[in-house]
Design a protein around this ligand. Sequence first.
Ligand code: NDP
Length: 301
Amino acid sequence: MSALDWKNTVLLDGKAVAAHRRARLASEVLEFRAKSGRAPGLAVILVGDNPASHIYVKNKIKACEEAGIASFHIPLAATVTQEELHKEIEKLNTRNDVDGILVQLPLPKGLNETAALETIAPHKDPDGLTSGNLGLLLAGRKRVAPCTPFGVMKILEHFQIALEGKKAVVVGRSNIVGKPMSLLLQEANATVTMAHSRTKDLASVTREAEIVVVAAGQPRFLGREAFGKGSVVVDVGIHRVPASETLLIGGKKSSICGDVRYEELLGHVQAITPVPGGVGPMTIQMLLENTLTLSKLGASL
Ligand code: NDP
């Protein structure tokens, strides 16, 4: 990064980083199979028929196949009770061929997501979202970190963006993204500020940061006014724009946008993750990597 002129904003291409890591993962999976005599296994529970969730699950299963990870698709009717769902998870908790269990969110109305996630044994939680795994992360003894913020860290690492001593701001404080993101940045010795919907004058807070991770779930809500010249911007947001509002971003048409007004930041910030093709592709990759980590821990390899 230091060799590049900051006037040329660097695109932090998460799709390329994920492809690079996928090749390495496939060889590590082969090594695991050779040593343990079995493939790492990921079970994906899909409750109901949310079309977007179906696509996400299909993509996860395809990614598993490509990496040599065995996948077990467990479709459950939208009418499943909380108790029945927990029983399915408990069965998977005891299966020797399952190293990771994923409950695709959102669950249909009436089902308690937190209770379902907490039923997953922490040593089989590749999303890193059980309180057991979040607690280990907080205590500085992480088993696996939640996939999206972990993927952000790997993008920053790939592009050799130094974090030590840097001022970082995380916009958003969800358990899935914002909170674990701030912990991971602190672990890398950044000085971290967390911003959220009650933060006053958000732009004045983010403008001071050298690294800004935006995970607010607000389409295109921050532009040039919110970022210092030469800062590094990671845009976690993903939003589908109505066909009538298709955007022209960096000369390309897109019906997907992030939380920042990307085109305003080109030539202003040092580096930025595009949407699509930034953080998104890394999330599935980290799910696979976390599954392998849990497989190795389970097999004491
Ligand atoms: P949540 O809705 O759970 O959390 C949003 C956070 O942003 C909250 O902490 C909220 O503050 C804060 N926030 C909301 N509005 C503002 C505002 N105007 N100013 C400052 N802070 C604000 O979202 P998630 O964390 O689950 O996801 C965030 C985004 O990331 C979404 O767009 C989501 O689609 C995307 N995402 C992308 C993934 C990927 O793979 N790329 C994976 C996961 C999420 P408060 O706590 O005060 O309400």
